[in-house]
Design a protein around this ligand. Sequence first.
Ligand SMILES: [Zn+2]
Length: 339
Amino acid sequence: MMADKESSKKPIVNNSSNNSKKKKKKKRGGAKRKMTLEQTVAYKSVREWVFLDRSNDNSFNSICLFDSVLDDFGVQWYQPKEKLVFEFHCHSTCSDGFLSPSKLVERAHQNGAKVLALTDHDTMSGIPEALEAARRFGIKIIPGVEISTMFSTRGESGPKEPVHILAYYSSWGPKKSEEFEKFLGNIRDGRFIRAKNMISKLNKLKMPLKWENLIKIAGKGVAPGRLHLARALLEAGHVENLKQAFTQYLYDGGPAYSMGSEPVSEEAVELIRETGGIAVLAHPWALKNPATIIRRLKEAGLHGIEAYRNDGKLEGTYVLYIVLLSCNSPKTFMIFLIF
Ligand SMILES: [Zn+2]
């Protein structure tokens, strides 16, 4: 819940722009981490994919990519000379972000990102504009979407928990695109109904909101979400800030909370796989039952889990690596979670 609010507030999460994190990282020596031979091969492959349009340029290819050093045991390690910055989770005005897809791409470029996955809530409508802008700035776009689902802890009748699943696609987008778009369209329709229900709950709580205001805040044709409702509450003077809107009224199961028509989480994972996508669990640190959810979704075919974002990171028993590997082609990529 809070995760979404935060991510939308700062659509671009560039780790290098976060000073406190940067300092922390430096202390741990993260920036100078050396790589094994396997990792250098993977890095080279990803780099070739990122800079595919320059692959015919011999001078570009002949640049030495690594410094290599021998450690005290005589093992050879490598250190990349340049940093490849990836951004795998961001929202535009096509859902609850603050920047249009092209402005988002521009911001990502300014922050040094070379690869950007646009992952709006339940819509891929911003992808064409992002692709167009990315061509201007020479960065790669991974077409993506963050799907709202509902997880039942104990079968159909058990308690439910909202779960967001990120889907990443090749540059061709999802296979069976009509079926996939219908699936997303259903969830978006549910968002309109949910927003209406939430407004009537807020009315009962003596915090009237006008539907027209909410739609104006969300933008034309954009399916409203909780962040839009929080903004409407703030504009109407019912709360002092967005955080209060979430912590008092809009949180999962809160007094103004309502469900939409979210599919069950496993169904979304299966459909992502069927349509050729990579399924990644979003912000698991915000879940009430992360262990159960991760186990069950992994059984359903989940490929990875989000490990780090500006509003949180995996800690404790969950291991932190999401590694992006590429097979020499802009059409194929894989994200692995290493347990
Ligand atoms: Zn989310």
